[in-house]
Design a binder for this molecule. Structure first.
Ligand code: ADP
Ligand code: MG
Length: 225
């Protein structure tokens, strides 16, 4: 009870020219509802691989991943995409907004895909979410017409579109200057205060020290610090 994330004996191998490489080794990890968790560790240690198991973007070789009570292994690709859209807000280092859609259209996409809010309410909700991240006046612009920090704030608004209980970010401030990174980080703090569960991969040691729980990944294994 209370676990939003329950990972049990997770292993992940990739096939390589020389044979199989074991990237995650017997990882078990529990994260409770409302926790704010930083995931840190050297480059290549397996952080993104682990995050991709949480979001169902990739699948384990063995072991169980249970998120919000759903055993992800049991879902097919189609079910996974819909489940993810309703249950997890995912934020990437390079924003990954669709370049041909305006910011508010990007924020509407998850609602359209998962059919979570009535069609007549989606635009209003998207504009409201953009307003919350300080982008009310940029809503009708294309991603290429705004700054990196603004794109990442729009990506946060998109991640909140379906009001998911869990927000997962893979180096979400990794491509932002210090000042902008701090502003975006403040936004994550606010989400945490509003009761969201957050798991953020970060290279930024200073930011990591502000996050209540730090999970350290090293050589495909985790140490809770
Ligand atoms: P991190 O995010 O901590 O920098 P990653 O999870 O991206 O680390 O990668 C961990 C290791 O797994 C690296 O050695 C990387 O080269 C390897 N790896 C990641 N994805 C694949 C893949 N699809 N195929 C083969 N090896 C991979
Ligand atoms: Mg990574």
């Amino acid at each position: 009870m209370g676990n939003v994330i329950d990972i049990q004996h997770l292993n992940k191998e990739f096939a390589s020219g020389a044979g199989t490489v074991r990237i995650l080794r017997d990882v078990s990890l529990q994260i409770q509802a409302g926790e704010f968790v930083a995931m840190v560790g050297p480059s290549g240690s397996g952080k993104s691989t682990l995050i991709n198991m949480l979001t169902g973007i990739d699948r384990p070789t063995s072991g169980d991943v249970i998120v919000s009570g759903t055993r992800l292994n049991a879902l097919n690709e189609n079910q996974m995409a819909r489940w993810r859209g309703r249950n997890i807000g995912v934020i990437f280092q390079f924003f990954q907004l669709l370049p041909t859609l305006t910011l508010y259209e990007n924020v509407m996409l998850p609602m359209d895909f998962c059919n979570t809010y009535p069609v007549s309410e989606r635009k209003k909700r998207a504009l409201h979410l953009l307003d919350q991240v300080g982008l009310a006046d940029q809503a009708h612009k294309l991603p290429s017409a705004v700054s990196g920090g603004q794109q990442q704030r729009a990506a946060i608004a998109r991640a909140l579109a379906n009001d998911p209980p869990l927000i997962v970010g893979d180096e979400p401030t990794g491509n932002l200057d210090n000042k902008t990174a701090n502003q975006v980080f403040e936004m994550f703090g606010e989400l945490s205060r509003r009761g969201k569960t957050l798991v953020l991969v970060t290279h930024d040691r200073e930011l990591a020290t502000k996050i209540p729980r730090v999970v350290r990944v090293q050589d495909g294994m985790i140490r809770d610090a």
